[in-house]
Design a binder for this molecule. Structure first.
Ligand code: 87F
Length: 717
C-alpha cells in the first residue's frame, strides 16, 4: 500500500499513524532497526512487529490455508501451541511461493498491512493479545521492505478487524498463555501415577508456566497488563466473535453481588423487575428519531434466518426505551397507574468498531436498565438523584472505587432526555476519567413521542390542558463497573478484589509440610486448615481451604494473589502449636497474627479494614489528581500529568467543542507520543463547595466568558 492508501484507510477507521519513513531495503530485524535509526525519525520507544506465515499439514490433495501470525518481535511464537489453539496439525513456516500466492509479497515486506479485504478471507489471522492491546508504537512495512510506518498496537488490531466478515474473524490470543497452557500436561490419573514420574521436574514446569503470569507491568503497558490480569485471574476468556468476551464465574459472581445489593434497594423504592424482548422492529426503533440518530451506526440487525432473507430485518436492542415505551402507553391509562417503575437485568448490543476492551467497551454487555414514569416532574427529579446515590454506593461501598456525582453538560447528556446525572470515575494509571453510571431525567420527550398520557387529576376533566404527558426517567449501570474496579485496584501481582464482592474472601493454605513429617502431623495441619475455613464459613465469611497436594505453598500464594483474594491465612506446624494463623493481606502485603480463638471476630474486622483502606487509598489518589485550573495555559500540562482539570466554566457548548479541539492540538505539539484525545467535560459536580469560592467570581479560562460552575474536564474512556 502506498502512503496515500494507508493514510486514507486509517482515516476511514479514525486512526492516526506515527512517522512514515523510507529507507534502504531491509532483510532482517537487525538491518531494519539499523535503517530506521539512520532515518532519525522514529518514535521512542518503538518495537518491530514480526509477521510469520505458517502452513499446516493437510490431506494430500487439500489446499492448506496459511496462518498469519502477528506479534511483537520479542514475543515467542510457539508453532505447536498455536497449532493446538487452531486445531491444525504440524504448523511449518510457509515457503516464499505461498507468500506470493496468497499475499503477493515476499517475506521481507510482509506485515499486517499485507492483508487486504481480498486476501484476508483466504487465510487464518492470529495476533498476540499483548500487541493487540498495546498503545505503544510498532514498526510495520506498508508494502515493501524499504519503507516503514509506525502504528499503535491497538490500531493494528483495529485495522485487522476492519477486514472481518461474518465468516472470517481475527483471532486475538495471549501467546505467552498459549505456550504455558500447551506445556501444562493434564494431571495423570491416580491409577496411572508412578511415583518416580511425579518428580520435581513436572512441578517446576507448572510453576514456571504460572509464575510468569503477570508478565506485563501496569505502568509500562497498561492495556496489555489489564487484559493479562483478566485472563490470568480467570475473570474472562476471549471469544471467537471480536469485541465479545466470556465472563467466567470469577467475574460473574461480582456482578451477582452488585445485582443482589442493587435489587434489594430498588425494590424498596417500589421498582419491579421485568423482561422485554431482545428484538426491536425498525419502525419502532426509529420512532424517536432524535434519540436514535447519533447511535444508528452501532445498531446490529438480524437480516436472515437460515438461508432466507427476512422480509423486515429486526434490530437487536442497544437500549430498551423504544422496546418498552409503546407498552407504557398501553399500560398507563390513568394517573392511578402511576408511578410505573420497571427495571430489567439484560444484555444489550452496540456494534462498535473502536478497539474493544473487556468490560469497558464490548459489543455485548450486561447491565440493568430502569425505566420509570411519574405524574410529576418533582417525583422524577427525586428518583433520578436517589438512583444516582445508589450507583455511587455500588462503586464506593461494594467496589471500593471513588466516584464523583454530578450533571452532564448539554453536549454530553443523553440526547433523548432532559438532563443526565452521572457518577464519574477515574483511572489513575491512564489519567482518564470514566463514566461509571448514568441516571437520566427524560422529561416528556418520550411520552410525547409514544403518547404516554393521562388525564391530569388537578385540571378540570376534558379541559384544554388536562392532558398530562408523563415524566420519565431511565437509568443504567453496566458490567463496566467490574473493569473500573480491576483497573483501579489491580497491581503487578494481578487482581486485587475488595472483600465485599470477592467470591472467595479468605483462602487458607497449609504450610511447612515436609517429607520427614509423620502422616498424622500432616493430617493435623490439613485438618486445621479445613476447620478454619469451616469456622469462617459458619460466621458468614466466604472462605476456602486450598489443600491441593500437587502444588507448593509458594505456587498457591502466587495463584491466589493473581486472583486477588483479599486475605490469605497460612497454617504451619508452629502456628498449630501456638493456636494461631498468619494472615497476609492482598492489598498491602502486611502480615497479621490471628489467634484461632478470635478467628470469627478478627477476620471479619480485618476484611472490613481492607475494604475501607482500599477505598481510602483510591480516593486519596483521585482527590490529589483533581487540579483546579483557572488559566488556559495550565490545562494541557494538567492533563499530561494524568490529572483532571476542574475549571470555572461558562457551560457553553461552543466552548466545550473549542476546549476539546484546542487541547488535542496542544497535546500533539508538546509530545508526539501523548494520547492526542482532547479534553471532554466529565461532569459538573453537585458538590460545588469542595472548591471553596464559587466559580461565578471567575472567567472561563477557555473563552473568558463569566463562569457558572466548577466543571471537571479530562481525557476519558
Ligand atoms: C447505542 C445505540 C442505540 C446509548 C445507544 O443510559 C441507542 C443508544 O440510546 C442509546 N447508546 N444510548 C443511550 C442510552 C440511554 C439510557 N438507556 C437506559 C441509559 C441508561 C439505561
Amino acid at each position: 500500500m502506498s502512503m496515500a492508501d494507508i493514510t486514507s484507510k486509517l482515516r476511514a477507521l479514525n486512526l492516526t499513524h506515527g512517522a512514515f519513513v523510507s529507507h534502504a531495503p531491509t532483510t532482517s530485524p537487525a538491518s531494519w532497526k539499523e535503517e530506521l535509526t539512520k532515518t532519525g525519525n522514529v518514535p521512542t520507544p518503538y518495537q518491530l512487529v514480526k509477521t510469520l506465515v505458517f502452513k499446516p499439514k493437510t490431506a494430500k490433495n487439500a489446499t492448506p490455508i496459511p496462518v498469519i501470525v502477528i506479534a511483537r518481535e520479542d514475543t515467542e511464537t510457539n508453532s505447536s501451541a498455536l497449532g493446538k489453539r487452531l486445531n491444525l496439525k504440524d504448523l511449518r513456516l510457509a515457503s516464499a511461493d505461498i507468500l506470493q500466492e496468497f499475499l503477493g509479497v515476499d517475506k521481507d515486506a510482509l506485515s499486517a498491512l499485507s492483508l487486504t479485504p481480498e486476501t484476508f478471507p483466504k487465510v487464518h489471522t492470529i495476533i498476540d493479545a499483548s500487541l493487540a492491546e498495546s498503545s505503544s508504537f510498532y514498526a510495520l512495512h506498508p508494502s515493501k521492505s524499504d519503507a516503514t510506518v509506525f502504528l499503535r498496537g491497538q490500531d493494528i488490531a483495529t485495522y485487522l478487524r476492519s477486514l472481518e466478515t461474518p465468516e472470517h474473524t481475527v483471532l486475538v490470543e495471549d501467546f505467552q498463555a498459549l505456550k504455558a497452557e500447551s506445556l501444562v500436561q493434564p494431571a495423570p490419573s491416580v491409577a496411572a501415577k508412578k511415583p518416580e514420574q511425579k518428580g520435581e521436574k513436572e512441578d517446576a514446569r507448572i510453576e514456571g508456566a504460572k509464575l510468569i503470569a503477570i508478565g506485563i507491568k501496569k505502568e509500562v503497558d497498561f492495556a496489555g497488563w489489564y487484559t493479562n490480569v483478566l485472563i490470568k485471574s480467570e475473570m474472562i476468556d476471549y471469544y471467537t466473535v471480536s469485541g465479545c468476551y466470556i465472563l467466567k464465574p470469577w467475574s460473574y459472581t461480582i456482578w451477582e453481588a452488585i445485582q443482589e445489593w442493587f435489587n434489594a434497594r430498588i425494590k424498596d423504592m417500589g421498582v419491579e423487575n421485568a423482561y422485554f424482548p431482545l428484538f426491536v422492529s425498525q419502525k419502532v426503533l426509529e420512532r424517536e428519531k432524535d434519540h436514535i440518530e447519533g447511535f444508528a451506526p452501532e445498531v446490529a440487525w438480524v437480516t436472515r434466518a437460515g438461508s432466507s432473507e427476512l422480509e423486515e430485518p429486526v434490530a437487536i436492542r442497544p437500549t430498551s426505551e423504544t422496546v418498552m415505551y409503546p407498552y407504557y402507553a398501553k399500560w398507563i391509562q390513568s394517573y392511578r397507574d402511576l408511578p410505573l417503575k420497571l427495571n430489567q437485568w439484560n444484555s444489550v448490543v452496540r456494534w462498535e468498531f473502536k478497539n474493544p476492551q473487556p468490560f469497558l467497551r464490548t459489543r455485548e454487555f450486561l447491565w440493568q436498565e430502569g425505566h420509570t414514569a411519574h405524574a410529576r416532574k418533582e417525583d422524577a427529579d427525586i428518583e433520578v438523584r436517589q438512583i444516582l446515590d445508589l450507583y455511587r454506593r455500588v462503586y464506593e461501598e461494594l467496589l471500593a472505587v471513588p466516584v464523583i456525582p454530578g450533571v452532564k453538560s448539554e453536549k454530553e447528556k443523553f440526547a433523548g432526555g432532559l438532563y443526565t446525572t452521572t457518577v464519574e470515575g477515574f483511572i489513575p494509571t491512564s489519567g482518564r476519567g470514566i463514566q461509571a453510571a448514568t441516571s437520566h431525567c427524560l422529561g416528556q420527550n418520550f411520552s410525547k413521542m409514544f403518547e404516554i398520557v393521562v388525564e391530569d387529576p388537578e385540571k378540570p376533566a376534558g379541559s384544554k390542558d388536562s392532558k398530562l404527558f408523563v415524566w420519565q426517567n431511565s437509568w443504567g449501570l453496566s458490567t463496566r463497573a467490574i473493569g473500573v474496579m480491576v483497573m483501579v485496584h489491580g497491581d503487578n501481582q494481578g487482581l486485587v478484589l475488595p472483600p465485599r464482592v470477592a467470591s472467595v474472601q479468605v483462602v487458607v493454605i497449609p504450610c511447612g509440610l515436609t517429607a520427614k513429617m509423620s502422616a498424622e502431623e500432616k493430617k493435623r495441619i490439613l485438618d486445621a486448615c479445613d476447620d478454619t475455613a469451616a469456622t469462617l464459613k459458619k460466621a458468614g465469611v466466604r472462605a476456602r481451604a486450598d489443600l491441593r497436594d500437587t502444588y507448593t505453598p509458594g505456587w498457591k500464594f502466587a495463584d491466589w494473589e493473581q486472583k486477588g483474594v483479599p486475605l490469605r491465612l497460612e497454617i504451619g506446624p508452629q502456628d498449630l502449636r501456638a493456636n494461631k494463623t498468619l494472615g497476609v493481606r492482598r492489598d498491602d502485603a502486611t502480615r497479621h497474627d490471628i489467634s484461632i480463638k478470635e478467628l470469627t471476630t478478627a477476620v471479619p474486622a480485618l476484611l472490613n479494614k481492607i475494604q475501607d483502606d482500599m477505598y481510602k487509598r483510591a480516593n486519596d489518589i483521585f482527590q490529589a489528581r483533581l487540579k483546579t485550573v483557572t488559566e488556559w495555559d495550565q490545562l494541557v500540562p494538567t492533563l499530561d500529568a494524568k490529572c483532571i482539570a476542574v475549571i470555572p466554566w461558562c457551560e457553553e457548548t461552543s466552548c466545550e467543542d473549542d476546549i476539546k479541539e484546542r487541547s488535542a492540538r496542544a497535546a500533539e505539539q508538546t509530545d508526539e507520543r501523548a494520547p492526542s484525545a482532547g479534553a471532554k467535560s466529565l461532569c459538573i459536580p453537585f458538590n460545588q463547595e469542595r472548591w471553596g469560592t464559587p466559580a461565578e467570581g471567575y472567567k472561563c479560562p477557555a473563552c473568558q466568558r463569566p463562569a457558572k460552575r466548577w466543571s471537571m474536564f479530562g481525557r476519558s474512556y
